[in-house]
Design a protein around this ligand. Structure first.
Ligand code: F6R
Length: 365
């Protein structure tokens, strides 16, 4: 049931404050301001040497964000691959390794094959899945369920942000177990996560602005997305969503990679989406934007009030997000990114919930 929405995707985008809230309530104790991750005790994070993450598509981008978190908050090395590569590359699996698989459906063939490879080679298996009775869930030692509810739109939206919510809680848990997150830091991080539902409501208010700026986008043939840190995976997610829904060719790049090649593409016909909250590396992104502006590129900047004030007016359009703690930025900034591709696709008249050539669950390789 689409309720009052035109498409399942719109409904699922707007459900995010609620379903992220449901998901968080399973993994954090907001009263005590502590993470409380059911099943995590089965993993000996203290003695872990490495986490291996495999997933496909949007779930892979959630894993890439989690890599930044596990490394920063838990000082735990993470190796991540798309599952279709991981399953064939015969990576050695050593002692004290934990393999983590991320999948909305829990049925993706390549992700499942990667899981079975790790299991045969003695790794402990965890899965972040949305469907608890799925094959990936059944074959895992520990399941961290996302409580996103059924996702009908083929393009993943709410499953992605719920995956990030679970992974953030798990990274904080790992950091605490390994002694890199102390009590005060845990309180701060858990409070930040607890603020997500309210911040997501605010982020959704940018929809009117996004609808307006999306109209001319429906006439372009290519687009670039740039981000740094945990917003780099989000740039790739934005590009994937635009390709899937509106069939516009798009690429996501780490902003620092711009001058190593993609800058050659920039001209006045090239929209460049910059995903950049005002954080410790914002200034670097401002200089990337100046490089784009100097070549006539059309910048659409997604940032907060401070970021807008310090952007030096290089952007043609600015989408304002609420101020957020850095751990929640990729979750909140996912919402405008999803809405951009949704509204562009609606203007183009493509089949938003069922884009051409795509299937919701990829059970063959
Ligand atoms: C993109 C999208 C796909 C899936 C991918 C993995 O919008 O939906 O890229 O994320 O096929 O699917 P799951 O998460 O079911 O393993």
């Amino acid at each position: 049931d689409k309720g009052n929405y035109r498409h399942f995707m719109a409904k699922e985008i707007h459900e995010q404050p609620e379903v992220i809230g449901h998901t968080l309530s399973r993994y954090i104790d907001l009263g005590a301001r502590k993470v409380d991750v059911p099943g995590a005790a089965a993993i000996d994070f203290t003695n872990l040497n490495r986490i291996l993450i495999s997933a496909c598509g949007t779930a892979y981008y959630a894993g890439l964000v989690a890599k930044y978190w596990f490394e920063k908050y838990a000082r735990l090395p993470v190796e991540i691959d798309v599952a279709s590569e991981f399953r064939y590359r015969e990576t050695p699996i050593g002692k004290n390794e934990f393999a983590l698989f991320i999948s909305q459906s829990g049925e993706t063939a390549d992700t499942l094959a990667s899981l079975r490879y790790c299991k045969e080679n003695g790794a402990k298996i965890g899965a972040v899945v949305n469907v608890p009775e799925s094959t990936i869930a059944r074959e895992s030692d520990v399941v961290f369920q996302t409580i996103a509810g059924p996702e009908i739109g083929v393009a993943s939206t709410k499953a992605f942000t719920c995956q990030l919510a679970v992974l953030a809680a798990l990274a904080i848990h790992a950091g605490r177990s390994r002694g890199f997150v102390n009590e005060d830091q845990e309180t701060e991080l858990v409070e930040a996560l607890g603020a997500i539902p309210g911040l997501a409501v605010q982020a959704l208010k940018s929809e009117i602005k996004i609808e307006t700026l999306s109209q001319p986008l429906s006439r372009v043939s290519d687009a670039l997305y740039l981000g740094r840190g945990t917003n780099f995976p989000l740039a790739m997610e934005g590009a994937l969503k635009l390709k899937e829904l509106s069939y516009i060719h798009a690429e996501g790049y780490a902003a620092g990679e711009l001058k190593h090649g993609p800058i050659a593409l920039i001209d006045e016909n090239m929209p460049v989406f910059v995903i950049a909250p005002h954080d410790g590396i914002y200034e670097k992104t401002v200089s990337n934007m100046q490089e784009v502006a100097a070549r006539g590129g059309r910048i659409i900047l997604i940032t907060d009030e401070r970021g807008a004030a310090e952007s030096g007016d290089v952007a043609q359009d600015v989408v304002i997000m609420p101020d957020v703690h850095e751990i929640v930025a990729p979750i909140i900034y996912a919402l405008p990114v999803q809405m951009i591709s949704y509204h562009t696709a609606v203007f183009m008249g493509t089949d938003v919930d069922q884009p051409r050539n795509l299937a919701k669950s990829v059970t063959v390789e």
